[in-house]
Design a binder for this molecule. Structure first.
Ligand code: SF4
Length: 276
C-alpha cells in the first residue's frame, strides 16, 4: 500500500496502527463497511458539547443543570443525525460495551451527560487553568513527513502550559505518545525550538472528572520522528498483524478479521491475510 496515506500522517493513524494494525488495515485501507458504534457517537458528542461551552467564554460560566443538559442533548442529537446520513439503519449500530454489556442510545445519553458535567465541574473548580486554545489544529513537517493534528485544549497554568486531551473511555492510554506528538506539533507550528513551549501533557478523564498528568519527556522529537517513519514503513510494506485479545469483542471489524472469525466471506474479501 505504497500510497497510504495520501495526505498527512495523524496521531489517530499511528495510534490505530499500534492498537491493532489488522483493524487499521480493514478499516482504513480495505474499507470494510461497518456500522457506527455508539461509543464513538457518545465520545464525539461529549467533545462537541464541551467545545461549544468553552467557546462561549474562556472564563467558565456557571451554567445551570438545564443549560448543561441542553448543550449535551444538542450535541448528541447532532452527532446521531450525522451518523444517519452514513448508515440509516440505526438498529444495526454497534452497542458493544466491555464485558458484553449493551451500550446504546440510552446508555450513552446518560454517560455523555455525566461526562459533560464532570468536565464543567473541573473547569469551574480550576480557575488557575487559563484557556489558551480550543481544538487547535497544526499542520507541520518533521524530517520530511507531513504531520497534522488537533489538540483538544491548551491551558496556561501557574506551573506552565499543559496540553490536554479529553477521554471518554474507562481507561487512560498506556503511554503519553499522543500528548508528546501534540507537544511537537504545537512547538513546530508556533516556530518554537524543541521543549521551548514548556508544555506538559495530561488526560482529562470524564469517568472520574480528573486531569491526570502524563510523562512525555522521553518522547523527544527524534524519537517521535522515528515512530512516524516506522509507522509509514509498516503501512507501505503491508505489515498488518491481528492483535487478538479482549478488545476483539467490541471490534467493529471482527467479522472481516480472519484471525478471529476465520475465512468468512467478509474476511476473504477484505483481509489481506487470506490473499494469495
Ligand atoms: S477482531 Fe481483534 S485482531 Fe481482529 S481486527 Fe479487530 S481488534 Fe484486531
Amino acid at each position: 500500500m505504497a500510497d497510504y496515506p495520501k495526505g498527512p500522517v495523524s496521531h489517530s493513524q499511528v495510534s490505530g496502527y499500534l492498537r491493532c494494525s489488522k483493524q487499521f488495515e480493514l478499516e482504513r485501507i480495505s474499507q470494510y463497511p461497518a456500522p457506527p458504534a455508539w461509543y464513538f457517537i457518545g465520545g464525539t458528542a461529549v467533545h462537541n458539547a464541551t467545545e461549544a461551552m468553552d467557546r462561549i467564554d474562556p472564563i467558565p460560566i456557571a451554567y445551570s443543570p438545564e443549560e448543561i443538559a441542553k448543550f449535551w442533548s444538542d450535541a448528541y442529537e447532532a452527532e446521531i443525525e450525522a451518523q444517519f446520513l452514513t448508515w440509516p439503519a440505526d438498529e444495526e449500530w454497534l452497542k458493544f460495551g466491555r464485558k458484553g454489556s449493551e451500550q446504546g442510545h440510552a446508555y450513552w445519553f446518560d454517560r455523555g451527560l455525566e461526562a459533560v458535567n464532570a468536565y464543567w465541574a473541573w473547569r469551574l473548580a480550576h480557575p488557575e487553568f487559563l484557556l489558551e486554545s480550543i481544538e487547535e489544529r497544526f499542520d507541520v513537517v518533521i524530517d520530511g513527513i507531513q504531520f497534522t493534528g488537533r489538540i483538544d485544549r491548551v491551558f496556561q497554568t501557574p506551573k506552565g502550559r499543559i496540553i490536554v486531551d479529553l477521554k471518554t473511555g474507562t481507561r487512560r492510554p498506556e503511554s503519553g505518545l499522543q500528548l508528546a506528538l501534540y507537544r511537537m506539533g504545537y512547538e513546530l507550528s508556533h516556530g518554537l525550538p524543541e521543549g521551548h513551549s514548556g508544555a506538559s501533557g495530561g488526560w482529562f478523564m470524564t469517568k472520574d472528572g480528573e486531569l491526570h498528568f502524563e510523562p512525555i519527556a522521553p518522547f523527544t522529537n527524534r524519537v517521535l520522528s522515528g515512530i512516524l517513519k516506522a509507522y509509514l514503513a509498516g503501512v507501505r510494506q503491508d505489515v498488518f498483524l491481528p492483535n487478538v485479545g479482549p478488545a476483539c469483542f467490541s471490534c467493529a471489524m471482527k467479522q472481516a478479521c480472519a484471525a478471529v472469525s476465520g475465512p468468512t466471506p467478509e474476511a476473504l474479501r477484505y483481509d489481506s491475510l487470506l490473499r494469495s
